[in-house]
Design a protein around this ligand. Structure first.
Ligand code: UD2
Length: 306
């Protein structure tokens, strides 16, 4: 395993990027590239250098990539809803900077690790979802991630850029809440801690594969250091799933909450079932998730409010 000297983390003040930066500064020089539109400067460790800039600015981004041995591209417009309301501006954040990074990496031998997403698969036609599963994204966000993910493969195949795409399933953990977008776990947590109603959308029988942010960090480090990973895409989840109703019950119990669990309208176009096959990540990267969702929830909810 070859370690690297200088890592660039786009979105390094954000939820996943800041956890990754925390881990990276223990071992190498780290530059965080963030415009703080959604990230929090307090989550960036002081050992990291910071470039405060927008990923749509080509020159500072290309220059920052050229300085690094590896780029973890976590910066994104993460709201599926916003991508539906405004596909063009979402595309400008989620696709075009990917090309800036890949073009710069083409000249400099920088390895590129993309935060891709399970959103690129759309509605599953079989479970668990492996990397060969048909890709029919149901939102501009999913299509943008599919495009960025596929560009990674093309830049490897055409120009020998060392790229890896990590398709995150439902990520959760400390620092997730904030901005106008939250995953269901942070929403249920806030509702449970405030003894407000926990709002299950639909019948709650829909399933998700929830993956703890520490396991996502682990996957990124493996992708950055494994020679076998390049040119490939990997699902990053736990390989297991639970229903949203079960999630609501667990969060209520773990937080000892007096909340009622109520059912509200389901979301239009909601994915009914989701569960990752992580065989490829296990075999090629040696990825081994440390948290089941129940262990991860105990860890996350045990902390109280940050
Ligand atoms: C996740 C990702 C999204 C994209 C997508 C791909 C997150 C936060 N979002 O969207 O970026 O990759 O997967 O499919 O990881 N729910 C409730 N009550 C609430 C909020 C949500 O019941 O108050 C339900 C919601 O209807 C859905 C499930 O919880 O069935 C998960 O919702 P989500 O927004 O956390 O994540 P998801 O899977 O829609």
């Amino acid at each position: 395993m070859t370690w690297f000297h200088h890592a660039l983390v786009t979105g390094g003040a954000g939820f996943i990027g800041s956890h990754l930066t925390d881990r990276l500064v223990e071992n190498c020089e780290v530059t965080v590239y963030d415009d703080f539109s959604n990230g929090d400067a307090d989550h960036v460790p002081e050992e990291a250098s910071v470039i405060q800039a927008d990923v749509r600015k080509r020159k500072p981004l290309a220059d920052a990539v050229a300085e690094a041995d590896v780029v973890f591209h976590e910066a994104a417009q993460v709201s599926v809803q916003q991508s539906v309301s405004n596909p063009k501006s979402s595309q400008e954040v989620n696709v075009d900077p990917m090309l800036t990074i890949l073009e710069s990496a083409r000249d400099t031998d920088t390895r590129v690790i993309l935060a891709s997403s399970a959103a690129l698969y759309g509605h599953p036609i079989y479970l668990p979802i492996d990397e060969e599963h048909p890709k029919e994204p149901t939102s501009p966000y999913g299509l943008e991630k599919l495009t960025a993910d596929h560009y990674c493969r093309l830049y490897h195949d055409l120009y020998e850029v060392e790229t890896v795409a990590l398709r995150y399933f439902n990520a959760y953990g400390p620092r997730q809440q904030g901005g106008d977008y939250s995953g269901v776990i942070s929403i249920f947590r806030d509702q449970a801690l405030a003894n407000d109603d926990i709002t299950v959308e639909g019948d709650g029988e829909q399933t998700r594969d929830f993956v703890h942010v520490d396991d996502i960090v682990q996957a990124n480090l493996l992708a950055a250091t494994s020679d076998d990973a390049v040119g490939k895409a990997f699902n990053i989840g736990t390989g297991d799933s639970i229903t949203i109703r079960e999630l609501a019950d667990t969060i209520k119990n773990v937080t000892d909450s007096e909340s009622d669990i109520v059912h509200v309208d389901s979301r239009e176009g909601d994915i009914d079932r989701s569960e990752a096959s992580i065989d490829k990540a296990r075999e090629v990267l040696g990825f081994q998730p440390e948290y089941t969702v129940f262990e991860g929830l105990r860890d996350y909810l045990g902390q109280g409010r940050p």
